[in-house]
Design a protein around this ligand. Structure first.
Ligand code: ADP
Length: 229
């Protein structure tokens, strides 16, 4: 049995042969099932590229990517579609909710894409939103909207949750609540990768920290903290 997640010399490049630009260069690492990993680095470091490759939303230029024990870098479009629906979930800085649907309806939408989802009510309760199910996004705070996005992410019971700056638009107290919620989701068994700029919270959490710069992983620490680049 190989690694749960394994990047082996993964490169993503743009441009032409005489002007190559590396969004990710020779990235190699493994992540165990049930781990929580924080990804740090300045804008343009390659953090989103790494998440998008692992999420099956982008394809590497070279190298291999094992996820959930399978070589997803060999997958065709159909296989990637299935992988995205079954195995991974993503949340972003902007919550990407549909404004004309309630919290419940935003989560329930997933039932059209994935078979055998969790009950949307249960997913919303698991993120502490049991009392807000019938509100529209505009009637909720930013933190509440991010919780809806998390409920929508969890409703298909993903193996991996990818969070790309989930607190980028939130005040410090709400950011801390969302990061705590990510930790709880992780403790319930989901492998979590989170990109954040939240220095204080990262230092408190004492999770594994991968730091990137110019498409390269420059450090990977078990109980890491925030470094100035
Ligand atoms: P981060 O998430 O750390 O801010 P990204 O992974 O978004 O960094 O981007 C890494 C680099 O790759 C950036 O310099 C970005 O401009 C570049 N890049 C990302 N996507 C594309 C694309 N589709 N075409 C060209 N360059 C891209």
């Amino acid at each position: 049995m190989g690694a749960f997640i394994e990047f082996d010399k993964v490169t993503k490049q743009y441009g032409t042969a005489d002007r190559v630009f590396y969004a990710l260069k020779d990235a190699s690492f493994t992540i165990e099932q049930g781990e929580m990993v924080v990804i740090l680095g300045p804008s343009g470091a390659g953090k989103s590229t790494l998440l998008n490759l692992l999420g099956g939303m982008d394809v590497a230029s070279s190298g291999s990517i094992i996820s959930c024990g399978e070589d997803i870098s060999q997958y065709n479009d159909n296989q990637l579609t299935g992988y995205r629906a079954r195995n991974v979930a993503v949340v972003f800085q902007f919550y990407n909710l549909i404004p004309t649907l309630t919290a419940y309806e935003n989560v329930a939408l997933m039932r059209d894409i994935v078979n055998d989802t969790m009950d949307p009510k249960e997913a919303l309760e698991s993120v502490g939103l049991g009392d807000h199910m019938h509100q529209f996004p505009a009637q909720m705070s930013g933190g509440e909207q991010q919780r809806v996005a998390l409920a929508r992410a969890l409703v298909n019971r993903p193996d991996i949750l990818l969070a790309d700056e989930p607190t980028g638009n939130l005040d410090p107290k709400t950011s801390e609540e969302i990061m705590k919620l990510l930790e709880q989701i992780n403790e319930r068994g989901t492998t979590v990768l989170v990109v954040t700029h939240n220095k204080e919270i990262v230092n408190q959490m004492k999770k594994r920290v991968v730091t990137m710069h110019d498409g390269v992983i420059i450090s990977d620490e078990k109980e890491g903290g925030y470094h100035e680049a």
